[in-house]
Design a binder for this molecule. Sequence first.
Ligand SMILES: NCc1[nH]cc(CCC(=O)O)c1CC(=O)O
Length: 338
Amino acid sequence: MNDSTDRALRLGTRRSKLALAQSGRIAEAVRELTGRPVELVEITTYGDTSREHLAQIGGTGVFVSALRDALLAGDIDFAVHSLKDLPTTQPENLALAAIPVREDPRDALIARDGLTFEQLPDGARVGTGSPRRMSQLNAWARSLGRRVETVPIRGNIDTRIGFVEKGELDAVVLAAAGLTRIGRIDEATQLLSPDVVLPAPGQGALAIECAAANADLVATLAELDDPDTRAAVTAERSLLAALEAGCSAPVGALAELSPSSRLRSSRGGPKADEQAVTELHLRGVVGSTDGSTLVQMSTTGHVPASPDDVSTPQNMGRELAAEMLAKGAAGLMGERAL
Ligand SMILES: NCc1[nH]cc(CCC(=O)O)c1CC(=O)O
């Protein structure tokens, strides 16, 4: 950067409690990293002001475009996004400088009376407007020989939990990571296993973005990157992109690195000069919103431990998408939520 290196760095953030919590934590990390003050600049995005349902306004990018405009105008130096809200195509003039260690990627259920999903009565009203959640929750209910009525809701996390507190809904489903970040994870009555409900691609991960031209800042922020998280979310987002689906499509994906291979990569001895590899397990799902049809597939690949080259995860996502499309995934994504 040409400007004074002790000038405060401006971090653009949405005003929601979740966004402020996420930005506050990253601001602290950047302060520690650089020794420079970090100032939060609050920005309102279309996704915050629109009263429409996300499935209707398209979802893709509604939370991020105002922050990106501010980055490109030079009004802010960097921004923190929920990775799952970022469109899969990265603009060339903006850099995803860091993807820090991911929180729990799972969805969480908050139900009345401490109930789990299995304990909900037939016809229970479950708040979610996400086609991905509707599809998998309806499929799960079917497998239990029951039905749930999914009710589209909007608003911030507190508002959504409020529907259960006020007795208007039996349950809501939210990202566990969001609940953790605003300090309400203890209210989850169940964490939904990815064997039943796959999260949104990138769920639980943050993205730190800045102007690509600001090479010094890109390099500084890169210190906060977690290569394992980047590999996993790259595979998930590549799957989403190759399905030609947006963040409001009924697509779930989760990539996990096998823990055992981390041991392998850190073990010394005669094998220390071998290329350390780790296994990346990628699961994907696309479903009809009524849950009557799900295309669920998975794949396992070998990637370098803590890769700085994400071409393998990218290919895995693309190849799994091709297999899912061959099994009829495209027809399921064309379906629009009501
Ligand atoms: N689309 C809204 C959104 N974007 C990110 C999160 C939660 C945090 C995360 O997934 O990283 C949420 C709320 C939710 O889905 O419950």
